[in-house]
Design a protein around this ligand. Structure first.
Ligand SMILES: Cc1ncc(COP(=O)(O)O)c(C=O)c1O
Length: 509
């Protein structure tokens, strides 16, 4: 099939107008966005209700005074400056920015779920406990492991929890091992979590094909080593094909295997880490199971363990009494304790179970197959223009690099900026570190073939621009609201508040 020849660039961002910044600047004293009915209670001085030292002293005249349509337009316009999975393809490798189905949101907003209080007596939230248990059971089935804790609130939090359980199990044996082995193609949070847990990290250099080097593992695995932490599929989108042998080797020398399961989008319904010999792993509900990433907001990184590590799970655990009844179990003498206030981010659990139930076993498997097919489709169509540093069949994501474009003075960051002009969120840049100049694309299963073709056509058009007119790429974006930002200042000193211009201040004075 022919790819579209007209990338989206001509249609990009038609709604941008010159005066869109100015709504708050239109402040006029006396404008109101609300009308309250006359008060029917006696007026009371604020200091009679709130201690005077807590009363606000500053002058509020700098705040804009606007009508309701102006306020609504301001915020609606701001929302259109954002880019999300509801806007278009979001190929941010490793992050699995798949579409978040709206049925999940409906379920999470049902009043019985949304309004339940974390301190509500157990007997009044039986339905919620049952839902959590059902999710745990589904995740056990998906991972092939024996038990799950839903408490951790992020992938990295799950990693720390898992490593703490390994440590507790070794301590119970009287074994104070000090090192953890981590391949260089593992996610960066893996060494960070091991260190947070008090271990020293030994990095295993991967083979030329980007996969775990069993001989290096064999050499490094001593009775000082607590175990292996391995991301599978790894950050190159490659399946660690020696995972079962690695587990055998580690177990034979008294260690444990932690698998970073954040990339389960490539395995769900096809292969189970528990069956490969993995002892403990985490899942990112905010990746694989379609819950929102939340801009740093609530996430959920459940941790799954085998029978040997089950006693160490965070407490309380959930115990099923019968078909309909689930209770908290606090009688867990070997538990590592709580890792989160209350029981984790419940709303994420509702969304994930809604997704799992809506998809069913067949649907989950189909999603995995489509995610892998989409990544390979992109690899196939872009490998003539962009170098693939670690070749071989990829799973859910594909890593290119910018080596060919460097000949024209263009770097991966320039390509990312130019892609914004074409209406796409950029892929992940310069990660993983084992692939210098990386451009890491994860299309996910959410995208149609038409959208994938548009992305491919855009990337090819950019490769052509690099050859024929590199300046246009090096100075991109040209059509975005903002041009190139000082990325360090944007990250370190973000401007997150509107501040009045001198004109507004003068009007208020
Ligand atoms: C492979 C992998 N492991 C771990 C993490 C960490 O997850 P989180 O950001 O939820 O802490 C990520 C995040 O994207 C990841 O891609």
């Amino acid at each position: 099939m022919a790819l579209p020849t007209t990338p989206r660039i001509q249609k990009a961002r038609p709604h941008i107008s010159q005066n869109e910044n100015l709504i708050f600047e239109n402040s006029r004293p006396g404008s109101r966005a609300y009308h309250l009915p006359p008060s029917d209670v006696p007026e009371v001085a604020p200091s009679a209700l709130v201690p005077s030292h807590l009363l606000r002293q500053d002058d509020l005249s700098e705040l804009p005074e606007l009508t309701e349509p102006e306020v609504v337009r301001h915020y609606t316009r701001l929302s259109t400056w954002n880019y999300g999975t509801d806007t278009g393809m979001f190929p941010l490798g490793s992050c699995t920015m798949k579409y978040n189905p709206k049925i999940n949101e409906w379920a999470a907003r049902l009043p019985g779920f949304a309004r339940s209080h974390p301190l509500a007596p157990e007997a009044t939230v039986r339905g919620n406990l049952l839902l959590m248990k059902q999710l745990e059971e589904a995740l056990c089935e998906i991972t092939g492991l024996a038990a799950v804790s839903l408490q951790p609130t992020a992938g990295a939090h799950g990693e720390l929890t898992g490593m703490m359980m390994i440590r507790a199990a070794l301590t119970a044996r009287g074994d104070a091992r000090r090192y953890v082995l981590i391949p260089d193609a593992a996610h960066g949070t893996n060494p960070a979590s091991a260190v947070m847990c008090g271990y020293k990290v030994i990095t295993l250099i991967s083979r030329k094909n980007g996969l775990l080097d069993l001989a290096a593992l064999d050499k490094a695995m001593t009775d000082e080593v607590a175990g292996l932490m391995i991301t599978n599929p790894n950050t190159l989108g490659l399946f660690e094909e020696d995972i079962a042998k690695a587990c055998e080797l580690i177990h034979a020398r008294g260690g444990f295997v932690y698998m970073d399961g954040a990339n389960m989008n490539a395995l769900v319904g096809i292969a189970r880490p528990g069956d490969m010999g993995v002892d403990v792993m985490h899942l990112n509900l905010h990746k694989t199971f379609s819950t929102p990433h939340g801009g740093g907001g609530p996430g959920c990184g459940p941790v799954a363990v085998n029978r040997e590590l089950e006693p160490y799970l965070p407490c309380p655990t959930l115990r099923r009494v019968d078909d309909q009844t689930v209770v908290f179990d606090n009688d867990r003498p070997h538990s590592i304790g709580r890792v989160k206030a209350y029981y984790g981010n419940f709303g994420m659990m509702v969304r994930a179970l809604a997704y799992i139930r809506a998809m069913g076993a067949e649907g989950l498997r189909a999603a995995t197959e489509t995610a892998v097919l989409n990544a390979n489709y992109i690899k196939h169509h872009l490998q003539d223009d962009y170098e693939v540093p670690f070749d071989g069949p990829v799973l859910h994501e594909v890593v290119f690099n910018d080596r060919r474009q460097q000949a024209y003075g263009v770097r991966n960051g320039d390509i990312a900026k130019r892609l914004i002009d074409y209406g796409f969120h950029p892929p992940t840049m310069s990660f993983p570190l084992v692939a210098p100049g990386a451009i890491m694309v994860e299309p996910t299963e959410s995208e149609s073939r038409a959208e994938l073709d548009l992305f491919i056509a855009s990337m090819r058009a950019i490769a052509q621009e690099c050859r024929e007119n590199p300046e246009v790429v090096k100075t991109a974006p040209h059509l975005a609201r903002l041009r190139r930002l000082d990325e360090t200042a944007a990250a370190r000193q973000p401007v997150l508040r509107w501040r009045p211009s001198p004109a507004v201040k003068a009007a208020g004075a």
